[in-house]
Design a protein around this ligand. Structure first.
Ligand SMILES: *[C@@H]1O[C@H](CO)[C@@H](O)[C@H](O)[C@H]1NC(C)=O
Ligand SMILES: *[C@@H]1O[C@H](CO)[C@@H](O)[C@H](O)[C@H]1NC(C)=O
Ligand SMILES: *[C@@H]1O[C@H](CO)[C@@H](O)[C@H](O)[C@H]1NC(C)=O
Ligand SMILES: *[C@@H]1O[C@H](CO)[C@@H](O)[C@H](O)[C@H]1NC(C)=O
Ligand SMILES: *[C@@H]1O[C@H](CO)[C@@H](O)[C@H](O)[C@H]1NC(C)=O
Ligand SMILES: *[C@@H]1O[C@H](CO)[C@@H](O)[C@H](O)[C@H]1NC(C)=O
Ligand SMILES: *[C@@H]1O[C@H](CO)[C@@H](O)[C@H](O)[C@H]1NC(C)=O
Ligand SMILES: *[C@@H]1O[C@H](CO)[C@@H](O)[C@H](O)[C@H]1NC(C)=O
Length: 385
């Protein structure tokens, strides 16, 4: 029993003229609605494994002042009337394994008291902008729904949410949760369909200590550890990773319980256990395709290389179409960098050519995070000069 629960229990036992706060067990009684003869001293209501479809205002409102905890696991709930639970001080509410397709409006009535909320194994497909506003929640479990969309602003004013469980949903990109910046500590995103994780979305996770991304479609994850305040544990098993220098940072943080193979590329590592691939091996593994491989400019050695080529010609396109571009030709790195930055890199960006002491501009990659990644390393390169 957690501390607050205990506190309430003691308060309850002490302050209500000797009335006892009861644990009412109505589990597995074939109920299709909430009965109206529950003891008014109820503190915990176990009403799991029934066939209740709807929660009405009259079921709980202004009746159970001491009610702290309800367990509706394995019912058939698909509808909550508006404004249910008014006049209770619900602290934990479990609606695991029901048939909800949308988040009910609990937040308006029990927003201060509610700490633990579970909607896991329902059929929620979208989190709306108002669904979790201004809550005191600590832990929200939305595992095993079909959530594909999280509207911006969904967690506005929710200032204590440490754990957010979104495993087994339908997300296709890493969720951006700016409202939880400096708040969220553990984020569970296993078994979604996430194939991109923009640096911007990751940069909100400044207080994160645990991130699970197992069984998604990620080929890489931008290094966001520089924005984190503490040490973060990441699990990435079951993603088709492109193991090259821009993933070297992950080696320090990826902590899976066992030895598994994660690198889909390069193919010579596709049956090597991740634990056997060192940070140094990753740093020395060029990214990019065969015709334009590059190493990531993160070591002093590479800065030095860059410095040496500052005044060399900068090509806009790959070697295959080598013609120096009129505008980019003969610019210094400074000019090039400024130019690239101020135009939001709409034409090209700069990174290292592997082995050849030359800078090269590439067409932007398909995804924006590759672009941000590249700009970050360009900034570093430039600052190092
Ligand atoms: C509540 O009512 C049901 C049937 O109406 C009955 O079986 C049950 O014993 C009652 N419970 C209490 C606590 O009175
Ligand atoms: C709620 O009920 C389920 C199903 O019986 C049970 O597994 C779970 O432990 C209960 N949760 C709480 C907090 O009592
Ligand atoms: C909750 O009940 C109080 C007192 O009856 C009432 O003033 C308030 O409007 C109710 N809130 C909601 C959201 O229904
Ligand atoms: C997910 O939810 C469905 C429907 O409620 C259930 O049948 C299934 O067992 C759940 N899966 C997990 C892994 O909890
Ligand atoms: C969240 O829900 C999942 C699926 O039902 C369950 O396995 C997990 O233990 C829950 N975690 C918490 C902290 O409630
Ligand atoms: C590993 O790469 C080799 C060579 O490209 C390929 O034949 C093989 O199918 C790959 N294995 C896996 C598990 O992807
Ligand atoms: C990992 O390295 C260990 C020790 O060098 C070796 O015994 C093992 O076969 C390697 N495993 C894989 C999957 O590469
Ligand atoms: C790219 O162009 C440079 C400069 O002309 C040339 O020296 C180099 O061999 C070319 N590299 C490739 C891979 O074609």
């Amino acid at each position: 029993m957690e501390i607050r629960h205990l506190f309430w229990l003691l308060a309850c036992l002490g302050n209500f003229g000797g009335r006892i706060c009861e644990i009412v067990n109505l589990a597995n009684k074939g109920l299709t609605s909430v009965p109206d003869n529950i003891s008014t001293n109820v503190m915990q209501l176990d009403i799991q494994d029934n066939a209740i479809t709807t929660i009405h205002r009259t079921d709980f409102n202004d009746k159970y002042w001491t009610l702290l905890s309800i367990n509706f696991t394995n019912n058939k709930l698909s509808h909550f009337e508006e404004g249910c639970f008014n006049g209770t001080h619900l602290q934990s509410a479990y609606f695991t394994m029901n048939e909800l397709t949308a988040v009910p409006d609990l937040q308006y009535v029990v927003r201060v008291s509610l700490w633990y909320l579970r909607f896991d194994s329902n059929r929620i497909s979208k989190l709306l902008a108002t669904d979790f506003n201004n809550l005191n929640l600590l832990d929200l479990n939305l595992t095993n729904n079909s959530i594909a969309l999280i509207d911006p602003g969904c967690f506005k004013g929710t200032t204590r949410l440490g754990n957010l469980h979104l495993n087994l949903n339908e997300l296709t990109s890493f969720p951006a949760l700016p409202e939880l910046e400096g708040i969220l500590e553990k984020l569970f995103l296993d078994s979604n369909k996430i194939d991109n994780a923009p640096l911007k979305a990751l940069s909100y996770l400044t207080k994160l200590t645990y991130l699970s991304l197992r069984f998604n479609y990620l080929t890489h994850l931008p290094d966001f550890t520089t924005v984190l305040s503490g040490q973060v544990t990441i699990t990435m098993e079951g993603n088709p990773l492109d193991c090259c220098c821009n993933m070297a940072w992950l080696r320090k943080y990826e902590h899976s319980a066992y030895n598994y193979q994660i690198c889909k590329y390069p193919s010579q590592w596709n049956s090597t256990a991740w634990n056997n691939i060192t940070e140094e091996m990753l740093r020395n593994q060029p990214c990019g395709d065969k015709s334009t491989p590059y190493l990531c400019g993160t070591t002093l050695r590479h800065y030095a290389m860059c410095h040496a080529v500052v005044n060399m010609r900068v090509f806009r396109t790959r070697n295959s179409t080598l013609a120096p571009h009129d505008r980019d030709n003969d610019v210094t790195l400074t000019e090039k960098y400024t130019n690239t930055y101020s135009t939001q890199c709409d034409n090209s960006f700069v990174h290292f050519r592997w082995r050849e002491l030359q800078l090269e501009c590439h067409e932007p990659r398909a995804t924006s995070e590759m672009y941000e990644d590249a700009v970050t390393s360009t900034t570093n390169i430039f600052n190092a000069k």
